[in-house]
Write a protein that binds this ligand. Sequence first.
Ligand code: GDP
Ligand code: MG
Ligand code: ZN
Length: 298
Amino acid sequence: MVDLALPPLRLRNIGADVAVGDFVVADDLGDRVQRVLTRRSAFVRRASFEGSRATAHTIAANVDVVMLIHALTSPPKQRRLERELVLAWDSGAVPVVVLTKDDLVDDAAAGVAALRDVAPGVDICVASGITGTGVERLRAYAADNATIALLGASGVGKSTLVNALVGDSRQHTAEVRDGDQRGRHTTTASELVPLPAGGWLIDTPGVRAVSLWSSGRGIERAFADVFELMDRCRFRDCKHDDEPECAVRNAIEHGALDARRLISMQRLVAEEAALEAEQRAKQKALDRRGVRRPRKET
Ligand SMILES: Nc1nc2c(ncn2[C@@H]2O[C@H](COP(=O)(O)OP(=O)(O)O)[C@@H](O)[C@H]2O)c(=O)[nH]1
Ligand SMILES: [Mg+2]
Ligand SMILES: [Zn+2]
């Protein structure tokens, strides 16, 4: 048992895939990770470094709520949000969309409207880490000691929001210091921050690319509207091309579904299929070299 009042214990991590939010068992000397406990959720993307073919990168583990942060000051990024939602649903955590920098725009409602249709069944909150607008509503997601991860591109206001949620300025934000233009503080590693009223926040470094990794039911959840339509196509193997009685095409023609959403969904399904093939090929190569599969905990 680690006393949380003590300074955090530093553990050497040799070979284990450990992410922020993981529970680990230290060895007897208390300086190495011996075991990583089974995760209840994990936000995993495909690693983006060079030569990372078919390598997973766990951004955060044991997360209950994933806040997908976008800034109202930038043009809405529907395609990016769709991907983030697939990863979020695949992670096992509940996604929430947070639109920041409310204080800098006149029409936050337009920003919400632009993303509403690509986030079916997902709460969209408007907030400002500077004025505190909407922060209380976000804090409610930490009830019952939940763990919240904040995800988004660099500069959207994640660290500022962490500070607002904690009620303190513990996270360094990207403010440029007066005068010397130096000391740009940005988040370089994921950090676990306790909330005063219970619960945890995970501030993550800005993630530029959101590539799929796991293939669970994420696409189905993120594109629930499209899947619902697909169920109503006349043919079970409908490609939503020019088949008769295609409910998807019909919805697009009547303006009930944005055609771009169908294209996105199909692209993600193809990406997932290619990924699975790659993962299988990699495992086969490992098997041939006599490397055993990592044992899964039960
Ligand atoms: N006006 C305003 N500025 C914000 C808000 N959130 C973040 N910023 C500013 O945007 C910049 C990037 O914020 P930061 O929290 O470091 O972004 P991060 O990279 O996502 O952690 C900083 O200059 C912040 O002061 C907000 O809600 N309103
Ligand atoms: Mg940051
Ligand atoms: Zn169809």
